[in-house]
Design a protein around this ligand. Structure first.
Ligand SMILES: [Zn+2]
Length: 250
């Protein structure tokens, strides 16, 4: 189902939003976590991008934003959940890549949210360093209010949400883990848009593949029964499958 109300010409420099699907996560019952997937055309390819909204007592924590132009899709999804963009009080960026952080400056026109990312990612988001990938053009820099480290815990309606450092795809890449629901929001530490339902990070976009695979092995030690990937969305797979990925790439 494609939601109505999206501008047909929601176009940015390199991304075109082509459709928004409702944030339904099958086979799960954790309250308070919602995927916000939409399709974009990027470099001639159709990609599904999946930011995630987490409900808390004080509103929404948004995990990744998406590329420039994502705001309209996010608004559509949040309204379907009974929220508005202004209800986003915290944005956690898994890393600084443009398909995760490029729409952040736009989003902050609509909400006063606190911006958090790992301390290794902050200089790229702030514009003190050029993004590692891409050809020199960058998205509008944004101030980072809070620098995260491994182990930071945020209370949510789905229980505690733990920041897990998963470097490799980016120097300060983080994933988040909900121990009570056995849910991992992987960012790009794992992907779900390839031939396999779940795979390790894409080598062509991962500057430190060895470290990224160590991160995959570390994730396999967590209680995980289901996973959301920024690329590919919800996957009904858990720690066993993550362990297989880590072992097979040794
Ligand atoms: Zn990505």
């Amino acid at each position: 189902m494609t939601l109505v109300g999206l501008p047909a010409d929601a176009e940015t420099a390199s991304y075109t939003i082509t459709s928004v699907e409702p944030g339904r996560m099958s086979n799960r019952d954790d309250a308070g976590v919602h995927t916000l997937p939409f399709d974009v055309e990027y470099g001639g390819r159709e990609l599904t991008i999946t930011p995630t909204a987490v409900e808390t007592d004080r509103g929404i924590v948004l995990l990744d934003v998406g590329p420039g132009g994502a705001v309209d899709s996010l608004r559509t999804h949040l309204r379907a959940l009974g929220y508005d963009l202004s209800d986003v009080w915290l944005v956690v960026l898994t890393h600084h890549d443009g398909d995760h952080a490029g729409g952040l400056a736009d989003l902050l026109e609509h909400t006063d949210a606190v911006v958090a990312t790992h301390r290794e990612e902050a200089p790229y988001v702030r514009g003190e360093r050029d993004p590692i990938k891409g050809d020199g053009d960058r998205y509008p820099p944004v101030d980072v209010d809070l620098e995260l480290v491994d182990g930071v815990r945020i209370p949510t309606l789905a229980g505690p949400m733990d920041v897990v450092a998963t470097p490799g795809h980016a120097p300060g890449h983080v994933s988040v883990h909900f121990p009570e629901g056995g849910l991992l929001i992987a960012g790009d530490a794992l992907v779900a848009d390839g031939d396999d339902p779940l795979s390790g990070p894409k080598p062509e976009f991962t500057p430190d593949m060895d470290r990224a695979l160590e991160s995959v092995a570390e994730l396999a030690d967590l209680e995980i029964e289901h996973i959301v990937c920024h690329h590919g969305g919800y996957v009904a797979a858990g720690a066993d499958r993550i362990r297989e990925i880590a072992d097979s790439s040794r």
